[in-house]
Design a protein around this ligand. Structure first.
Ligand SMILES: Cc1cc2nc3c(=O)[nH]c(=O)nc-3n(C[C@H](O)[C@H](O)[C@H](O)COP(=O)(O)OP(=O)(O)OC[C@H]3O[C@@H](n4cnc5c(N)ncnc54)[C@H](O)[C@@H]3O)c2cc1C
Length: 456
């Protein structure tokens, strides 16, 4: 009797969704694999180091380090479900077709990301002849739940929020973690072994390079990712969420959220939301349970309000797509591009503008990968309104440095501040002297990052 050859695997491509709980795309892939009796192979691609056109690394040292911890956590979790994670070196657009070829695979499932570079990756896989099924999963609200078509999304956030609240929309309940996942593919063909050997040689070279870039842990950080409370992926994220609620911090959130420094003034959910180690729907469900037990107030409401901003910038991408990425944003290609030069950009990035609050903030960002929302607004406003810089250069520096870089929130906030998105007030110009008086009146924050000599 002849043996039936094993079926080729279905590939699950992890992107910004490094978790097992509330993971609709992964659940869909597991169902498909089970239905067709296929193995399921979860893969993560480490894109090669890349310099942006502004001359700095796309993924800086802070995100490299937090990603490492998140992937280790994911691997342990997948193994606990009878699966595993295959980490490969290379850009997904070229690597995944080679991988599929080596394994005889034809289908990939992944999350949908509605931003141009990420959409181009999927388009490249499709052009290589692969079937790619994408699943939208990163927002609180499902686009199909909205009381309007995405193309009719209001151009003003408040109008969007009011429509959502008037319709009493609530996000779908988060999906539970799967009890088990289909086994990963047996990786034993000679073609596969050759592919893997070459890929791992590349991996060793990249790891050696990354080791050179490692900086010392920064104890002053508001998101100290080197400490046990802030290190790790999904497990650490869920533990952090529970600690945040147990300390009843939602009740004081609105009063403290504009502070500049510290671990508790804001939720610090963003790095885990950005890597996908935590889903917004899981936060929402836990927040509602918290309110049921301890009462709702303006503070707990405001967390929902900010998470709605996060949704809004996602929906804005669904509505406008690549149009958001012009030098003059939604004003279009004909408006003149801004004019700041490379040395000015360098001074802004390095915190060498001579304005103490700004320099302190840019130093914090560079040394820790985190910055409060208030200071993100102040430094971004300074770059676009006072230094006349291209918002895309500022956004690229944030992309390089932030531990919580998220394409939608970063682009959306930069455009909003620059007055090139949908803000009805045509941009937000922050007066640095006024911000210093209001938010750092005794100079404590400036001294923390500049020492006493340069603080105002
Ligand atoms: C120029 C600029 C760039 C930014 N880039 C990013 C980015 O790349 N990634 C990112 O996650 N956030 C970004 N933000 C938004 C915001 O600053 C961060 O989400 C927030 O500071 C993260 O800290 P937290 O989790 O403690 O926030 P909290 O104040 O505790 O807020 C809770 C959650 O609400 C969401 N949220 C809060 N404020 C905003 C906002 N303005 N826009 C969208 N979502 C929001 C976040 O998911 C956040 O985790 C940017 C803001 C500005 C002004």
């Amino acid at each position: 009797m002849s043996e039936v050859p094993p079926k080729p695997p279905l590939i699950y491509w992890f992107r910004n969704d490094l978790r097992l709980s509330d993971a609709p795309a992964l659940a869909h892939a597991a169902q498909l694999a089970q239905r067709h009796g296929q193995p399921l192979l979860p893969v993560f691609c480490h894109a090669p180091p890349e310099l942006t056109c502004w001359g700095f690394e796309r993924v800086g040292v802070h995100r490299q380090r937090t990603l490492r911890a998140t992937l280790s956590d994911l691997t342990v979790r997948l193994r606990g479900k009878g699966s595993d994670l295959l980490e490969l070196q290379g850009s997904p657009a070229t690597l995944l077709p080679t991988l599929c070829h080596a394994l005889g695979a034809t289908h990939i499932v992944c999350e949908a990301i509605a931003a141009p570079d990420e959409q181009a990756e999927v388009a490249a896989l499709r052009s290589a002849g692969l079937q790619v099924h994408t699943v939208w999963q990163s927002s609180l609200l499902e686009p199909a739940q909205l009381p309007f078509a995405v193309g009719d999304l209001p151009d003003v956030f408040t109008a969007f929020r009011q429509k959502v609240e008037k319709a009493a929309l609530a996000p779908p309940a988060p999906l539970p973690e799967p009890t088990a996942l289909p086994p990963p593919a047996p990786l034993d063909t000679p073609q596969w072994q050759q592919f893997y050997k070459q890929n791992q040689a590349q991996s060793r070279a990249q790891q050696a390079q990354a080791a050179i870039n490692i900086k010392a842990p920064e104890a002053r950080s508001s998101f100290p990712y080197h400490t046990p409370e802030f290190a790790g992926g999904e497990g650490a994220a869920l533990a952090h969420l529970r600690r945040y609620l147990a300390a009843k911090l939602p009740h004081s959130y609105k009063a403290t959220r504009n502070q500049l420094s510290g671990t508790g003034f804001s939720s610090k959910f963003s790095p885990w939301l950005a890597s996908g180690a935590l889903s917004a729907r899981s936060i929402y469900a836990e927040l509602k349970a918290f309110e049921a037990e301890h009462g709702a107030n303006e503070g707990s409401y405001w967390l929902w309000f900010e998470l709605l901003w996060r949704d809004y910038f996602r929906l804005l991408h669904l509505k406008y797509g690549a149009r958001l990425y012009h030098a003059r944003g939604l004003l279009g290609t004909l408006a003149p591009a801004p004019a700041a030069d490379a040395p000015t950009l360098q001074r802004w990035c390095q915190g060498d503008t001579g304005r103490p609050l700004l320099d302190a903030a840019m130093r914090e960002l560079r040394l820790t990968g985190y910055l409060s929302n208030r200071l993100r607004q102040v430094v971004a406003s300074f770059w676009v309104h006072e230094l006349q810089g291209d918002w895309r250069a500022g956004a690229a520096w944030f992309e390089s440095q932030l531990v919580d870089y998220d394409v939608y929130s970063n682009t959306g906030n930069w455009l909003y501040l620059a007055g090139l998105g949908t803000d009805p007030r045509g941009g937000r110009h922050f007066d640095v002297a006024k911000q210093t008086r209001e938010h750092d009146p005794d100079g404590r924050y400036q001294r923390l990052w500049l020492g006493s000599s340069q603080a105002q």
